[in-house]
Design a binder for this molecule. Structure first.
Ligand code: DX5
Ligand code: ZN
Length: 215
């Protein structure tokens, strides 16, 4: 079974009730991925914290909030009101804050911390933080929109992160985000990936039948 985290980016909230009824009938449904975009850090805008509140009414599954935004302190405080399982942030969005301070802020809310690594970013830039975080989100597409092609080089990052994790006994989960289908997911699992954010492949096709490919 492949652990799927549906990305609701291009899904109208009016469909959420039906969608969660289908998701709950599949063992592969592991976590929810909520992509938050501010139209500044990335061009698109999406969702507000009340969406997280609504999702929490529809499912008991963990919800990871992927902040593709600036003004991180405001967004962290805003979303943590509704008990996300984790807040995942981008290092190049921290503006005049220190990354370690933002990590501490999220942890102070008893929320897990994730760091998103963009395709153009090197894992070396993140090494000093790996011991402190719960999720590494390997972006296998450029942040900002769904429906992009999986970037093949992401596979090497997964293998390297898995090696670092076992060599140093780190506890982070490896989550892959962007352009995922079941075949790509299987290749990533071979390299050590744990969770898969899937958006358009699920919601552009028949949701129930597509989920069966991951069960
Ligand atoms: C992109 C988001 C991804 C994306 C995944 O900025 O972080 O979560 O929505 O969607 P697909 O599966 O369509 O690439
Ligand atoms: Zn995402």
């Amino acid at each position: 079974m492949i652990k799927v985290c549906p990305s609701l980016l291009n899904v109208d909230e009016s469909r959420f009730l039906d969608i969660f009824n289908i998701l709950h009938s599949h063992p592969c449904f592991s976590r929810v991925h909520l992509d938050v975009m501010d139209g500044k850090y990335v061009l698109n805008t999406s969702f507000c914290s009340s969406t997280l509140k609504y999702i929490k009414e529809l499912t008991n599954k963990d919800v990871d909030v992927h902040l593709m935004t600036y003004d991180l302190i405001k967004h962290i405080n805003d979303y943590c009101k509704y008990n996300p399982s984790s807040i995942i942030i981008h290092k190049d969005a921290i503006e005049n804050n220190k990354l370690e301070d933002l990590i501490s802020l999220i942890k102070s809310k008893k929320v897990r911390v994730g760091l998103a690594i963009k395709p153009s970013e090197d894992i070396e830039e993140y090494k000093e933080y790996l011991k402190d975080i719960d999720i590494v989100l390997v972006m296998s597409v450029e942040p900002g929109k769904g429906g992009q092609e999986f970037i093949e080089e992401s596979i090497f990052k997964i293998g390297y992160l898995d090696k670092l994790r076992s060599q140093n006994d780190y506890k982070y989960s490896i989550m892959v985000d962007g352009g995922i289908n079941e075949l790509i997911a299987l290749d990533c699992i071979d390299e050590g990936a744990d969770y898969f954010v899937v958006g358009s492949y699920l919601f552009k096709n028949d949701l129930d039948n597509t989920l069966k490919k991951f069960d």
